[in-house]
Design a protein around this ligand. Structure first.
Ligand code: C2E
Ligand code: MG
Ligand code: MG
Length: 640
């Protein structure tokens, strides 16, 4: 068979139709055009998917989508609607090409009585034309658009799983018949946008849960840190802010004797007193822990002023509270401190307020202001520091190893190395007693090197029996701010001769957020050497989750506080569940920490959490004891 040799553009219609060869040629041209159109459509969907991957908020997703469709769809008007609640209405998040009146008329559309609503309800593309008698054609915005010759609208539904999310609407001047390829393309676009919106919502829910307390709906400790971070970033870092740290006196007793529901009611009432004590400003009151509250006093000029505010709060609590038909009297104590004089960030400020609170508690019902003389720990700190350098050199540090279990299979995937100090006078010290001191000084580098080398030497020994066994090692903020850290780590991995992919470094969100830009560079260099990265204590930090997407992270470790509360707290359960989902949708592994019973292990397995670590499986143990797991081929002592 002859194939066409000349440019097909020059072939005329007549010869194409008149002869069989012309017919074949016609088919070929049509096939080529079809292929090109398909290719273009595919590129459009890919381009959108790629752009949306980087977006974690719905406004940005809507803007990207509308922008792309305005440029490529030939529709002069494009709108992006999201459904509010299950019953609607639909609200326009982003529009392109509308005039002011149309914008007003189309800002909110009902679920019943609009074409967009119909598309959402029936989960299909709906075409609406002015003058048609269906429910969409009757909406005032359709009439308004028709007045300037825009008579046809196309509503493409956005859905994720079974849940409707909204629509993307395209408005055209004339009637259109959709070709199958266009329908496919619109479905492709809808899938990409829906997935991005669903992920953004998950992130927003998780952020809300992470920053708020479920019982009182107040922002929590992480919320307080975020409040200060925003204050400083917003340029308000030089104007003073007072902090009152308030602790109820007999709460525990009441909780234990009268029960948790009375305790919960009491806390809710305490909150309303505190809110009225701070002139009704609910946003200034934080629940930091069980019965501990923080109240910020923006614009306080002196400690004395904060002291006065604290006394007002205590007075508000001194009247009996009515709970479960009883009148309960509850006392409180408060410590106060002033930003930025006494703490340049929220962590330092809280520590100072806490020192003051301890003083206040010695005389119940009182208020104490921070003063340096109250800080008793300073000499102890200095002594500890000078001893620590020596301890590293003289072999007083030891590592304990705790297994991480693959929940679906019940075998040990690897260990986490946790450092301890065999202190000659004080006995075996947990890392919480000395790592924070090291953190503040240059001792952190030799300490980290010691831990990494010893943990990896142990891994090399165990790898002879279990070649795929991994080792997780904790790094701290100071390591991350040290640009020579990646080379030092890679050097030790090389010298010890373990496979870099079996080594996982753990970092807390707080460590990363101390200086995100430097952290990002250092983390990228660590992963470039083939080692993996995990975010430790995930959920307790106050980083923006948007950072997560930019970090070269492989694994999230859910903090044990959430796992511990999972059985009783629906908030914790929701956090764990959403974190697992979020991690998987970002293609990350998830480890849950602090599993203390079989029930939690089972729940986590059902949630499809990958790995788990906790006393239920095994506590951190010296190498010779942890080795029993390796000798048993990585199988556990207990059932999952
Ligand atoms: P982490 O990395 O989150 O380590 C887990 C901590 O949870 C360990 O405490 C472990 O003993 C404890 N844990 C494990 N399972 C359970 C459980 O089922 N229930 C409860 N209640 N606790 C459990 P540890 O060893 O005291 O370490 C505390 C923190 O100190 C670590 O938290 C880590 O951030 C830090 N740390 C430990 N070793 C090092 C180190 O070598 N370098 C650095 N920079 N930090 C370290
Ligand atoms: Mg850790
Ligand atoms: Mg942890």
């Amino acid at each position: 068979m002859d194939s066409p040799t000349t440019d097909e553009g020059e072939r005329d219609q007549e010869s194409r139709d008149a002869t069989p060869i012309g017919g074949i040629l016609g088919d070929l041209i049509a096939a080529k055009a079809d292929l090109e159109a398909r290719n273009e459509a595919l590129q459009l969907v890919n381009d959108l998917t790629w752009r949306l991957q980087k977006r974690l908020d719905v406004e940005a997703i809507a803007a990207e989508t509308v922008d792309l469709l305005a440029r490529h769809s030939q529709a002069p008007l494009v709108a992006f609607y999201l459904l509010e609640g299950e019953e609607g209405p639909l609200r326009m998040v982003k529009g392109h090409g509308f005039n002011e009146r149309e914008m007003q008329l189309g800002a909110v559309l009902p679920l019943v009585g609009s074409a967009s609503g119909l598309a959402v309800r029936e989960r299909r593309i709906v075409m609406v034309r002015h003058g048609s008698i269906d429910e969409g054609g009757a909406h005032p915005v359709v009439t308004a658009l028709a007045e300037r010759g825009l008579s046809t609208g196309l509503c493409i539904p956005l859905t994720h799983g079974d849940s409707p999310l909204g629509t993307v609407n395209l408005i055209f001047p004339e009637h259109r018949v959709l070709r199958p390829l266009e329908v496919d393309t619109f479905h492709g676009i809808a899938r990409a946008v829906s997935l991005a919106v669903a992920n953004a919502r998950l992130v927003a829910d998780l952020e809300h849960l992470a920053f708020h307390d479920l019982l009182t709906a107040l922002p929590n400790r992480a919320g307080l840190h975020r409040w200060f971070t925003r204050l400083v970033e917003g340029g308000g870092g030089s104007s003073p802010v007072g902090l009152v740290l308030l602790d109820l006196d007999r709460f525990r007793e009441i909780n234990d004797t009268l029960g948790h529901s009375v305790g919960d009611d009491l806390l809710v009432q305490v909150v309303s007193r505190l809110v009225s004590g701070s002139d009704g400003r609910r946003d200034d009151v934080f629940r930091l822990g069980g019965d501990e509250f923080g109240i910020v006093i923006p614009g306080a000029r002196s400690l004395a002023e904060v002291d006065v505010a604290a006394r007002r709060m205590l007075a508000a609590l001194s009247q009996p509270l009515r709970v479960g038909g009883m009148g309960l009297e509850i006392g409180a104590s408060a410590g106060v401190a002033l930003f930025p004089d006494q703490g340049r960030d929220s962590h330092e400020l809280l520590r100072c307020a806490d020192v003051a609170l301890h003083r206040a508690k010695r005389t119940s019902g009182s208020v104490a202001s921070y003063a340096r003389e109250l800080d008793e720990h300073t000499p102890e700190r200095l002594a500890m520091l000078s001893e620590l350098g020596k301890a590293i050199r003289e072999g007083e540090l030891v590592l304990h190893f705790q297994p991480k279990v693959a929940l679906q299979y019940g075998f040990i995937e690897g260990f986490e190395a946790l450092v301890r100090w065999r202190h000659p006078r004080l006995g075996l010290l947990a890392p919480g007693r000395f790592v924070p001191f090291a953190e503040a000084t240059d001792v952190m580098q030799p300490l980290t090197s010691w831990v990494v080398r010893n943990a990896l030497e142990q891994l090399a020994r165990w790898n002879r029996q279990l070649p795929r066994l991994t080792m997780a090692i904790n790094l701290s903020t100071r390591n991350l701010l040290d640009r020579s850290c990646p080379d030092a780590l890679a050097g030790i991995v090389r010298e010890v001769g373990v496979e870099p992919g079996l080594v996982e470094f753990e970092l807390t969100e707080t460590a990363i957020m101390a200086d995100p830009e430097t952290a990002m560079t250092v983390l990228a260099r660590i992963t470039a050497t083939g080692s993996r990265l995990a975010i430790d204590d995930f959920g307790t930090g106050y980083s923006s989750l948007a950072y997560l997407k930019r970090l070269p992270v492989d694994v999230l470790k859910i903090d044990r506080s959430f796992v511990a509360d999972m059985a009783t707290g629906s908030r914790s359960r929701a956090i764990v569940q959403s974190t697992v989902q979020l991690a998987h949708s970002l293609d990350l592994g998830v480890v849950a920490e602090g599993i203390e019973d079989r029930e939690s292990a089972r729940t986590l397995r059902e949630m499809k959490c990958d790995l788990a670590q906790g006393f239920y499986f095994a506590p951190p143990e010296p190498a010779e004891i942890a080795a029993r797991h390796v000798e048993k081929g990585g199988w556990l002592d207990v059932p999952v």
